[in-house]
Design a protein around this ligand. Sequence first.
Ligand SMILES: Nc1nc2[nH]cc(C(=O)O)c2c(=O)[nH]1
Ligand code: SF4
Ligand SMILES: [Mg+2]
Length: 237
Amino acid sequence: MEPELVVNEIFGPTVQGEGRSMGRRCAFLRLGGCNLSCTWCDTPYTWDWTGAGESGVRYDPRRELHRCHVRKVAEKLLSFGVELIVISGGEPLGQQSRLVPLVELLTAHGLEIEIETNGTHAADPALVSAGVRFNVSPKLAHSGDPEHRRIVPDALKSLAVTEGTTFKFVCRNTGDLDEVAGLVEEFGLGSVWIMPKGQTGAEVSRHMAELADAVIARGWNLTTRLHTLLWGDTRGV
Ligand SMILES: Nc1nc2[nH]cc(C(=O)O)c2c(=O)[nH]1
Ligand code: SF4
Ligand SMILES: [Mg+2]
């Protein structure tokens, strides 16, 4: 039987708004479901059916989630005519065995693939050998998730030695950077990016200004949230 993915939305062309490929033209596959429930999550409509997030909104899974055959998803993503596909969520690695055939179809067409993940799942070796790059965003205490759920040591250690992985931490101020340093040290994380928390351009810019000098001084990289600066808290961009 042909595998199906639980999809929230497919959109493009846009630009990758975060991290190492910021500004690159791309299309997005946003999958449904997440194993965490961060209070400030910017995509609660992919998982929050009870109103657990900051907004208190209960989203309707019947509206938000769609089962789609891998082949159809691939066709749609290829139709955007972009060189880079970003797979996000929710938490896309919750469906990673079913992502393998999709990634194989896309890489056969010469596309590059990045997966945004919260770092609680080790990557399937088949995704790694297909050439997927992982943008791993472990959650800090301010996410509101209990530590045993947001920090999975074996997953982080495995992702840390996976070729081409970057780590991207959502931070508000310099106080958060000590917590990042602790994780970097404990799990041997390389290619560290700090990203300001924010769902409006003003909030992103304020946190960015507070963080920039300290991030540079610590020898890390800084990314903004380009899509938020451009389009605010809009879906599907
Ligand atoms: N343009 C754009 N860039 C992004 N980079 C990571 C995103 C995400 O939602 O994971 C995202 C997103 O939602 N939009
Ligand atoms: S891990 Fe990501 S998608 Fe899941 S709740 Fe946290 S911010 Fe939202
Ligand atoms: Mg987003």
